[in-house]
Design a protein around this ligand. Sequence first.
Ligand code: URA
Length: 426
Amino acid sequence: MNTAFDAVDLIRTKRDGGRLGEAAIDWLIRAYTDGEVTDEQMSAMAMAIFFRGLDGAELTRWTQAMIATGERMDFSGLSRPTVDKHSTGGVGDKITLPLAPLVASCGAAVPQLSGRGLGHTGGTLDKLEAIPGWRASLSNDELLAQLEAVGAVICAAGTGLAPADKKLYALRDVTATVESIPMISASIMSKKIAEGTASLVLDVKTGAGAFMKTYPDSKALAETMVGIGTAAGVNTVALITNMDTPLGRSAGNGLEVAESVEVLAGGGPADVVELTLALAREMLACAGIDADPADALASGRAMDAWRAMISAQGGDPDAPLPVARHTEIVTAGASGYLARMDAMAVGLAAWRLGAGRAKQGDPVQPAAGVTWHAGLGDAVRAGQPLFTLHTDTPERIERAVAALDGAVDIAASAPAPVPVVFERIG
Ligand code: URA
């Protein structure tokens, strides 16, 4: 046991606004991962960091120390350049589904090591598991072979990447210390750097349905993550994108797969198409590939890559998606123009219908969720269907309807259009 440091001293230093040295950070993260520093002590440290922050040097070391607790993947043997995307999470955010095969169809390798959803935003693996036969777990050899052959893999991140983060994130979740820019940045970037991608495009959400509700906080998060990635030799850029309004027209696992397939078929909601193309252009530029992703969508090449990606993981791309046993319509209360749709409220309604889980390991319903029949700025008439709620368990409907109470504003005139992408950092 290394007795050079004492957890209580380090907590006191950070609590009082001091700095943690490199050796102290290395020791703390390793000792916490090994169980030598207790959950109580790390909770206190997380709260001290929540209030006091970490400076640039501390954050770089904290991230490196978390990476050092686990394995690092190596994609250097692939013939294609690797580029990944990470979103900070939003309602109706199904972009990974069309994006990974789209970018792969232009010549890149996209290793999307993903997680399951917790809370109101849903997880990429939960969405794909709505496809009959599809499996999320791949061995490292299967992952590499699929990346070389198809170019896109969306699969479960193994437990070997940054295990310190797994433990610390679970602790932060139950101690009200998640919403800390340095700790979110270190958490996300430790996993992405350990994953071994050469380039990374971050989709940092801002607004009502995002982790970061205010623009300055979202921008600070984007800048911090780009700084960590760049310092680690990963070619990193970020787009700050709108999450006041949910993306597309659906939130829920199978519903979002269906919408993604529409995009790959050349249709789909305009905001989903715009964000998919914006992220694809950034990813291709980072990977040094000169190709127009709009061409790959229009020609059907992206759809071919989707079908290959789903089939390679046991899924049947032609199988019908599950349909909920019960639906309920919520109608517009007034006539006018849709001026606001609260992403958080829609996410909560989908979650209450069974699309998400309350705790790790809970099952999710593949067909549950919410679809909406008007987008921002659309004209609506009083009494017209505004939302359709989908669930296998009708007793959930009442609480989902309650979540949508006050979720929309209908105004006399159309609101000014809001951009999908606000700013590029990097
Ligand atoms: N996602 C992560 O992986 N970590 C965080 O801290 C927040 C979101």
